[in-house]
Design a protein around this ligand. Structure first.
Ligand SMILES: C[S@@+](CC[C@H](N)C(=O)[O-])C[C@H]1O[C@@H](n2cnc3c(N)ncnc32)[C@H](O)[C@@H]1O
Length: 250
């Protein structure tokens, strides 16, 4: 690596550190009197002694079968997880599923603050074992961590889904959204980052800007449709096709 590249990387690292510190200060002003915020921070420090998420990605990523885009690590900040779950109107009867949960901030906040059941699904074992340890320290029996690939196989059943798919490569995005459409029951809610879920299956409940460990991102809120929806253009095309085929058989 050339000296100029090293300097550029150092600059990016320092700017990111300043961003996270600033956001932590803002969260401290908002949640500093709430015990959940301190308990979560302390539990994560205890569950990750001398370890970092980037260390897990570096160690396990190369053999995981995931592309480097899919392995780009960033995290939902605790206060943002709070805002996001509140926007999705999560309550004690919900089961929140985070698809690619990393250190598990979203499922941990869902259990700790909203009393929901929660599942963190993650491809890398290091996140799963440390997520379980964090939930154990917090005494959250209803928060579990499962190892799995969100592009394949059955997704955990839930009523609320979260997908931080900002950096996913297009094939992975297509596979996980297909899989999610198959798993989510009618009226399930979902939040996706940076791109909206397909409108054929998901009703748009609006979007908002929120802060994440890497900067700001758009959070799209959705509700699962009871039956697939066709855009006007698609309905018109289908109508024209059906008229055409009637014409041929008459
Ligand atoms: C950007 S991080 C987001 C972490 C977490 N959702 C959050 O917001 O704090 C994405 C995570 O998804 C995981 N991941 C990527 N592809 C996956 C896949 N196909 N199946 C399961 N997990 C995956 C990565 O290992 C990483 O931990």
């Amino acid at each position: 690596m050339r000296a100029s590249e090293s300097l550029e990387l150092l600059g990016v690292g320092l700017a990111n550190m300043a961003w996270v510190l600033t956001r932590t200060g803002i969260e401290w002003l908002r949640f500093g009197r709430s015990s959940w915020w301190w308990r979560l921070r302390w539990a994560m420090i205890r569950a990750w002694p001398g370890q970092t998420p980037l260390g897990v990605v570096r160690r396990e990523g190369p053999d995981s079968g995931l592309s480097s885009e899919d392995l780009v690590y960033g995290e939902t900040l605790p206060g943002t997880a709070f805002d996001l779950l509140e926007a999705l109107e999560v309550g004690p009867r919900d089961v929140v599923v985070d698809l690619g949960c990393g250190r598990g901030v979203v499922p941990l906040v869902a259990g700790l603050v909203f009393g929901a059941q929660a599942v963190g699904l993650e491809a890398l074992e290091g996140f799963v074992t440390r997520g379980r340890r964090t939930a154990e320290i917090l005494g959250l029996d209803a928060v579990e961590f499962q190892k799995g690939d969100f592009r394949k196989g059955a997704l955990p059943p839930g009523t609320v889904y979260f997908l931080a798919g900002t950096c996913l490569q297009p094939d992975s995005w297509a596979a996980v959204t297909r899989n999610l459409a198959g798993a989510a029951p009618p009226r399930a809610r979902a939040a996706s980052l940076s791109q909206a879920l397909p409108s054929a299956e998901w009703e748009d409940l609006g979007h908002r800007e929120m802060a994440f460990s890497w900067g700001r991102a758009t959070v799209f809120l959705h509700r699962r449709r009871s039956r697939p929806h066709r855009s006007r253009a698609a309905a018109r095309r289908a109508h024209v096709r059906s008229k055409g085929s009637t014409g041929r058989t008459a």
